[in-house]
Design a protein around this ligand. Structure first.
Ligand code: PBG
Length: 340
């Protein structure tokens, strides 16, 4: 009998080889390909980010993010209705306040912009899951994600503010909160604050492995939140590190996270995969502003086919292990998937 050699469990010579084996047999038609496809996107995978601003009838396009707008509450409601009609189950809200100050007071004001948007969206589309980003950078005059003392973002005093913000979002009707500031202990502090205020049923989606990424550039235009001095490397993760991501995720789970997020997505597929394999929780990945901007810019130049690259990136993010994808393509992708 002929000797079989195997590499990683697969035969490399002998009967299980070409010409007996022909991989192209299952690629011959679209329906054969559909039968053996391992990863399928659905609109239920998507979370649609919305930027909410004061005013009425405002739809201000973000220059570096074509198709993404700063929206007044009435317009955000329209977007939320459209997203839900496309079978997208959730939106995540970012607020652009009227005034910025050192601690970002509008962030936890009962009539703050995000609180108004939550109420209006929940009134119009009650079933839609409304998630809120819990951070300070859009609200603070220095643009950092926490309280600043002598040029340093101080961790523990910031946690108290995050707790107040999360509770005020829950009071306004938010279904889930998503802390993104990368302070140590933020998930535990928010869990405790929510529980103490009677919101034990509100889940936390933790931005657990959030990197100090240049891919957030366009978001900072959209949310008007660039740091006025320094950068975020004193709290967000070093893109060079992977093992550290597993520690971050493990800590967030220990503190009570219900969903853990990796951010950005496409350049961090190895991290998504590692988190997926190490932990049983739902994993979310954020296809961030810069990822969107790159594809949009190339598509506008006619250098890439927008629909195909967008669906390809979303598919591979899911293939890597993400259960949920925060993406500015959510509405378009849902339309494309439905064949429209
Ligand atoms: C707030 C926050 C940011 C993003 C999500 N939440 C900006 C940042 O950390 O600088 C980025 C999202 C994107 O780029 O699309 N901290």
């Amino acid at each position: 009998m002929q000797q079989q050699r195997w590499t990683a469990g697969f035969p490399v010579s002998g009967p299980g080889q070409f010409p007996g084996v022909r991989m192209r047999r299952l690629r011959r038609t679209a329906d054969l390909r559909r039968m053996v496809r391992e990863t399928t996107l659905t609109p239920a995978d998507f979370i649609y980010p919305l930027f909410v601003t004061h005013g009425q009838g405002v739809r201000r396009e973000v220059p570096s993010m074509p198709g993404v707008f700063q929206l007044s509450v009435d317009q955000a409601v329209r977007e939320a209705e459209e997203a839900f009609a496309l079978d997208i189950p959730a939106v995540i809200l970012f607020g652009i306040p009227a005034h910025k100050d050192p601690i970002g007071s509008e962030n936890f004001a009962a009539e703050g912009i995000v609180q108004q948007a939550i109420q209006a969206i929940k009134a119009a589309v009650p079933e839609l899951v409304v998630i809120t980003d819990v951070c300070m950078c859009e609200y603070t005059d220095h643009g950092h994600c926490g309280i600043v003392d002598e040029g340093w973002v101080v961790n523990d005093p910031t946690l108290e503010v995050y707790g107040r913000v999360a509770v005020s979002h829950a009071q306004a009707g938010a279904d889930m909160v998503a802390p993104s500031g990368m302070m140590d202990g933020q998930v535990g502090a928010i869990r405790a604050a929510l529980d103490a205020a009677g919101f034990g049923h509100i889940p936390i989606m933790a931005y657990a492995a959030k990197y100090a990424s240049a891919f957030y550039g366009p978001f900072r235009d959209a949310a008007q939140s660039p740091p006025r001095f320094g950068d975020r490397r004193g709290y967000q993760m070093d893109p060079a590190n992977a093992r550290e991501a597993l520690r971050e995720v493990a800590l967030d789970i220990a503190e009570g996270a219900d969903i853990v997020m990796v951010k950005p997505a496409l350049a961090y597929l190895d991290i998504i995969r590692a988190v997926r394999e190490a932990f049983p929780l739902p994993v979310a990945a954020y296809q961030v502003s810069g990822e969107y901007a790159m594809l949009k810019a190339a598509a506008q130049k006619g250098w890439l086919d927008e629909r195909r690259v967008a669906l390809e990136t979303l598919t591979v993010i899911k293939r890597a292990g993400a259960d949920l994808i925060l993406t500015y393509f959510a509405k378009d992708a849902a339309r494309w998937l439905s064949g429209a």
